[in-house]
Design a protein around this ligand. Sequence first.
Ligand SMILES: [Fe+2]
Length: 184
Amino acid sequence: MKIHELVTLCALARESADPMAAMREVLENLRSKVGEIEQALSYVSGTGGNARQVFYRSPDLTLLKVRFPNGRRTPPHDHGTWASILLLSGEEKNTLYRTDDGKLRRASEVTLTRGSILTMRAETAHVAECLGDTPAIGLHVYGGDIFELPRRMWHPQTLTAHPLDWALYENFAQMASAAAGAPP
Ligand SMILES: [Fe+2]
């Protein structure tokens, strides 16, 4: 699979009347091609979920290869739009929260393995963490430009909501990674 083919599949789904459902279908169809996607994205280096790992960015779609190394846990955060993850390798635990009136309410958790898909609505926040010794690597798809949309993150200890700020985010991520688990 070539990068432009992957981008085209996702961009077409984004054009659909129900983009979140259409993207889910695209990712379901890609489950049997995880190895090919992994290979196609092997040129994307870096860690976390930052701008360096973006391989397509437009006002209505962002595509990233996200790599969480062993011991890495994100602070609770949202994406300003819906999001889908297709896990390519490793194991990634996701703790999901509802964000009514800015307060986090823990809703569920799911552990992704190779080929697993997770879809989150715009109003869902999550904590993602790598389980096991090998990095958790995933294809992340977002229904907007996640570097321009207003987004929120929550302090991992006090659970105070903050506008997403990348400098502060790293600080929060280190605090989150040092904790015993995702906030209750
Ligand atoms: Fe996220």
